[in-house]
Every structure is written in structure tokens, then in C-alpha cells.
Design a binder for this molecule. Structure first.
Ligand code: SF4
Length: 357
């Protein structure tokens, strides 16, 4: 649609009235909605990116209890931060959050800045998080455009640009700048997100009870299911591994810390050996002895675990073995079984720990 004609069918005041009225009648009672503390809002917004609200609630509550102030998080041990994030995924977000908070403590005297430019300069803060903090904590009329918002607006305005493109997101931000009421930017942004989560859902939008029905072009034309337009993702690449539970003579288990950079950086795991595909596990014993000196009593547990990332799909084949010789292991550590839970592990290895208990 031509940008100049975009607002032809929308009465902005009526749109905002209908949306906000619905929001204040129907909004969910969420813990981060009970605060205006920008630091807590920051935490909640980072946790909510690509994670369901119900999953986030206990993490959020535990996190702010463990790190009630920005100083507490800024100077916490990274391993403690990761432990409190364990299971949420996207661990680089936790590390970036800590670094960003440290920047606020050191450069802004522990007060989160109130301008878009300054907030955007903080580590891990992009346009969405910046808009969410500014509008919700400080009531500044800035857009906070996430997937929910793009879905709602793409339907209301029948925008068929690919929402995975940065250019399209900017287009939605421009639309929000034109819509957002200066009297209640916080309510406006939250109401669009809430409508996307509760009513204008991806597969089955509940148009009959939607407060924006009379403003919605896609509903009017019966094409709401055709929006938003999203380029198809490439399939995640399959990767197979042997994962080893290695015991020493004291029945301790070997764990190792992942590299400092890249996927799941600095989390702990059981030693992994990459194999070409799962068929290779029939040669598991030879592969293990070739890769690790001194292992004995190798046993294939026949247990298999899967984990999907956005770009990769792991298949983990679990083996057990003993290692009686004294080996030094780079970034490795022998731990008692009962102490495993003191270390932050990725979800896939947490599932393995469950089978050991
Ligand atoms: Fe979404 Fe339907 Fe509401 Fe349009 S009318 S905004 S498609 S729920």
C-alpha cells in the first residue's frame, strides 16, 4: 500500500480509544506490570524475547530477587548470572544484559538514561528494548515493535512486506510514531503487544471479539490469515554428537566449560565428540578411544537427546565410560554427581543430568 494512503481508513483517536479501553479491561496481571523500575522492565523485556510469558514469570521473579539492584547484577560473578538464566536459552542475552547494566552503573551513576540515543548505546539494547524501557518506565512516546506488534499492524494496514527485514521493522516503527498517543505511550505499546498475544494470534485470530475489528483492513477483506508475510526460514542444520559421562575412580564425573565465545559460551557440558551422523554411533567405542586417551569400560546407554536451536538441531547420543588414568583436561573439572546442579548447563545437558539422578 502507498504510504501516504496508509492512514486513510483509520481514525487515529478512535483506534487508540478502542485499543486502550480493551487493554485496561483485559490486560493480564504480570509481575513486571506492577513496577515502573526501568531496571526490572529491562530484565523482563530481555527475558520475554522469544520466550513465553508463563515460562518467564518464575525466572523474572528469581532474577530480581537474586539481583535486586543494578549494582548487584553489574558486579555478580558471570557463572551466578548464567545459573539464574539456565533454561531460558540465548545466554548471550544474559551476558549482554549484565554488561549493559554495568555500563549504566559506571557511566550513568546507576540511572538508566532517558533518551533513545543513550539507551541504544548500551550493550544488548536494540530498538525494541529501548522503546519498551522508554515508554513503559518513562512514558516517552517511542515505538516498541516486536513480532506481536508487527502481526497486528500488518493485518490492520494490510502491509505485505517481509517482516524479517530491518527495513520493514522501521516501517512499522514509523506507523507507531504516527499512532502513539503522547498521553499514554506505555499503555499503547503494551496494548498492541497484548492484543497480538491474546487476540490477534498467529494462526487463529479472534477477530469477532477484537477491539480493532472495525479498523482492520485484513479482516474487512477476509485475508487476515495471509498476514504477516514472512520469508521461510532455512531448515536447522542437523549435527550429531557422542556425549560422554566419564567417571574417575572416586565416581566423580568430568564436565568441561564451553569456549568463551560462540554458541552457549562459558556454559558447562559433558564432553562431546562430533560425529558425521547418528549412524556412526555403531562405531562409538572406536571413536571415543581415538579421541580420548585412557578411557575404559565404554558403554552405549542407547539414550538419545535432541535439542533445536534456531539454526542447528543437535542429536546427542549418550555413552558412559571410566577414566582411571590421571588426565589433565583443558577447561575440565571433576565433580561429584550431587554438585552438578551448582554449574550452569545448557538445556540439552540438563536433560542428561536428569537421567543421572
Ligand atoms: Fe487481528 Fe482480526 Fe483484530 Fe484484525 S480484526 S487486528 S486480524 S484479530
Amino acid at each position: 500500500m502507498n504510504k501516504t494512503n496508509l492512514f486513510k481508513h483509520v481514525d487515529v483517536n478512535q483506534f487508540n480509544h478502542d485499543l486502550l479501553h480493551w487493554f485496561y479491561e483485559n490486560k493480564r496481571d504480570l509481575p513486571w506490570r506492577k513496577t515502573q523500575n526501568p531496571y526490572y522492565i529491562w530484565i523482563s523485556e530481555i527475558m520475554l524475547q522469544q520466550t513465553q510469558v508463563d515460562t518467564v514469570i518464575p525466572y523474572y521473579e528469581r532474577f530480581i530477587k537474586t539481583f535486586p539492584t543494578m549494582e548487584d547484577l553489574a558486579y555478580a560473578d558471570e557463572e551466578t548470572v548464567l545459573k539464574n538464566w539456565e533454561g531460558l536459552g540465548y545466554y548471550s542475552r544474559a551476558r549482554n544484559l549484565q554488561q549493559g547494566v554495568r555500563e549504566v552503573v559506571e557511566e550513568y551513576d546507576a540511572k538508566i538514561p532517558e533518551t533513545r540515543k543513550e539507551i541504544l548505546s548500551l550493550k544488548g539494547v536494540g530498538p525494541y528494548t529501548s522503546g519498551a524501557i522508554l515508554s513503559i518506565a518513562y512514558n516517552v512516546p517511542e515505538p516498541a515493535v516486536d513480532g506481536n506488534v508487527m502481526r497486528v499492524l500488518s493485518r490492520v494496514f494490510m502491509i505485505d512486506d517481509d517482516i524479517t527485514k530491518v527495513k520493514t521493522k522501521k516501517h512499522f516503527e514509523d506507523i507507531v510514531y504516527r499512532l502513539i498517543p503522547h498521553t499514554d505511550p506505555s499503555g499503547f505499546n503494551q496494548s498492541l503487544m497484548e492484543l497480538g498475544a491474546l487476540v490477534c494470534k498467529p494462526r487463529q485470530p479472534e477477530c469477532l471479539t477484537c477491539p480493532l475489528q472495525k479498523h482492520c483492513l485484513a479482516y474487512d477483506e477476509g485475508v487476515q490469515h495471509e498476514f504477516p508475510v514472512k520469508k521461510k526460514k532455512t531448515k536447522p542444520k542437523p549435527m550429531s554428537y557422542i556425549v560422554l559421562i566419564i567417571y574417575n575412580s572416586k565416581k566423580q564425573i568430568l564436565i568441561e566449560k564451553r569456549p568463551e565465545n560462540g554458541l552457549l559460551a562459558n556454559l558447562w557440558q559433558f564432553p562431546m565428540i562430533q560425529i558425521e551422523d547418528d549412524d556412526q554411533i555403531t562405531h562409538g567405542e572406536q571413536i571415543i578411544t581415538k579421541n580420548i586417551k585412557g578411557v575404559t569400560d565404554i558403554e552405549n546407554t542407547k539414550k538419545q537427546f535432541f535439542h533445536q536451536f534456531s539454526h542447528l538441531k543437535w542429536s546427542l547420543n549418550l555413552f558412559r565410560a571410566n577414566l582411571l588414568v590421571k588426565e589433565t583436561w583443558e577447561r575440565g573439572k571433576w565433580v561429584d554427581r550431587g554438585d552438578l546442579e551448582l554449574y550452569p548447563f545448557p538445556v540439552s545437558h540438563q536433560k542428561i543430568i536428569q537421567t543421572l539422578i
